[in-house]
Design a protein around this ligand. Structure first.
Ligand code: SF4
Length: 229
């Protein structure tokens, strides 16, 4: 295990693992949620939260034949300075290549499974989150995890994800950047993109306002629009 005393981060400065998906979606969105503690729920996030609640509602584990299924497992990484919760971690019995688990007979291979409500996306946010979970588990259990799974509710199936060095380096670089922002309590300015339309914080972020020349002009335009209704 990575020695805690070698960690560059104090435990109180650990970042939320799941923040990596917000950060890769939009750095400003991550900062509004994790630095400024602002949160706005739109339909997508409400549905997502309900879906997640089903996947892990407190920690539990069960054994089905040669597989142990753990739900809601807390994880952390002193090396990355993060902590979080894994929806599901599956332990497959493999007495040759696996690791031993406290209180369990045999040896096991470890696979994280992350649940998502929607369908597979083009960006890498989900893969980064899954890789970060695997890296936490590797540190905690002193094992190697070659792959994990992303389960998508809309297509009702899981996708196998190989966790290569490239994605692991991306995880390290991203958390490094997030810690840098967090230490400075820095919220980036609005950069309007296609992502803004689906953003749960668009009303708080007010991206349109940034396009107006000034606040005064924005307000008079709104008053004008309302008086025309
Ligand atoms: S509205 Fe756009 S710029 Fe603002 S937080 Fe959301 S995605 Fe980022």
């Amino acid at each position: 295990m990575y020695p805690k005393e070698l960690s560059r981060y104090k435990e109180e400065d650990y970042l939320m693992l799941s923040g990596i998906q917000h950060f890769s979606f939009c750095r400003r969105q991550w900062a509004l949620i994790h630095i400024e503690q602002q949160w706005d729920e739109n339909l997508r996030t409400v549905e997502g939260n309900i879906f997640h609640k089903k996947a892990h509602d407190g920690y539990s584990s069960e054994k089905r034949r040669d597989v142990i299924i753990s739900r809601g497992m807390p994880v952390f990484s002193p090396a990355l300075g993060i902590s979080g919760v894994c929806d599901i971690v599956e332990f497959y019995r493999d007495d040759k290549k696996g690791i031993s688990l406290h209180g369990r007979e045999g040896r096991y291979l470890v696979y994280p499974v992350e649940y998502k409500k929607g369908q597979p996306k083009e960006d890498e946010a989900d893969v980064l989150q899954l890789a970060a979970q695997a890296m936490c588990l590797e540190e905690m259990l002193e094992c190697e995890i070659e792959k994990g799974y992303l389960y998508y509710g809309e297509i009702r199936r899981r996708i196998e994800v190989w966790l290569d060095e490239k994605i692991r380096q991306q995880v390290r670089d991203t958390f490094e950047e997030m810690h840098h922002y967090y230490e400075r309590r820095y919220t980036p300015k609005v950069k309007r993109t296609k992502a803004c339309n689906a953003c749960s914080l668009k009303d708080l972020c007010i991206p349109k306002l940034m396009k107006e020349r000034c606040v005064k002009e924005y307000i008079s335009k709104r008053i004008e629009e309302e008086s025309e209704d």
